[in-house]
Design a protein around this ligand. Structure first.
Ligand SMILES: CC(C)(COP(=O)(O)OP(=O)(O)OC[C@H]1O[C@@H](n2cnc3c(N)ncnc32)[C@H](O)[C@@H]1OP(=O)(O)O)[C@@H](O)C(=O)NCCC(=O)NCCS
Length: 170
């Protein structure tokens, strides 16, 4: 059975190997061990019988926007729905945090389109461009496409917002 859970410190060496395999193919940005230990709480992983099969991270930029990054699945297990399951879990996490927009910069836009993401100008996300893109050796020849998913506010947020305007607390 496939288990989806938040990553733990013990997962970091496998996350490092998985992500940097794709970084060597210039599909993902590389991540150092130090970076992964510092940011392990951003990661959700897919596991079966104790084996880590895939991962993805939700990077917050502000109160409304987060990025799905470092999303990948073990090469032998692609096209089994694992990437979709991890991504859906990250989107649910974004909703729980009350975010409005989730975006991704990717060379595989077709995968994100299947999840309801739509192409959008990367200039919408200047902090991302400033933070990662400007330092990237592929900046001038980047073939990544920005896609975003707009999230509807959860019913809890709507109730809270209504309570704020009416003065009623829930
Ligand atoms: C992209 C990736 C995460 C997808 O994970 P996966 O487990 O292979 O994909 P899934 O089986 O969950 O596919 C879900 C849907 O997306 C489609 N899909 C998967 N990869 C696709 C691609 N590269 N292009 C277009 N559609 C794709 C599948 O056909 C499937 O469609 P369906 O629901 O109609 O059957 C995985 O292929 C991967 O690790 N790629 C390398 C790293 C990468 O590119 N990461 C994304 C950048 S952040």
């Amino acid at each position: 059975m496939l288990t989806i859970r938040k990553a733990e410190l013990r997962d970091v060496p496998v996350l490092h190997r998985l992500i940097n395999h794709y970084a060597a193919e210039r599909v993902l940005l590389p991540r150092t061990l130090t970076d992964l230990y510092e940011n392990v709480w951003e990661f959700t992983v897919a596991e079966r019988e104790g084996q880590l099969l895939g991962c993805g991270a939700l990077k917050f930029y502000n109160q409304e926007i987060a990025e799905i990054r470092s999303l990948c699945v073990d090469t032998a297990l692609k096209a089994n729905g694992i990437g979709r399951t991890i991504s859906e879990s990250l989107v649910e996490e974004a909703k729980r945090f009350g975010l409005r927009t989730v975006f991704a910069l990717t060379v595989t836009p077709g995968f994100f389109e299947k999840l309801g993401f739509r192409e959008t100008p990367r200039e919408r996300f200047p902090t991302k461009v400033w933070r990662d893109c400007l330092g990237c050796p592929l900046y001038t020849e980047c073939n990544e496409i920005a896609l975003s998913l707009e999230l509807a506010p959860s019913s809890t947020q709507e109730v809270d917002a209504a309570a704020e305007t009416t003065g009623v607390s829930s």
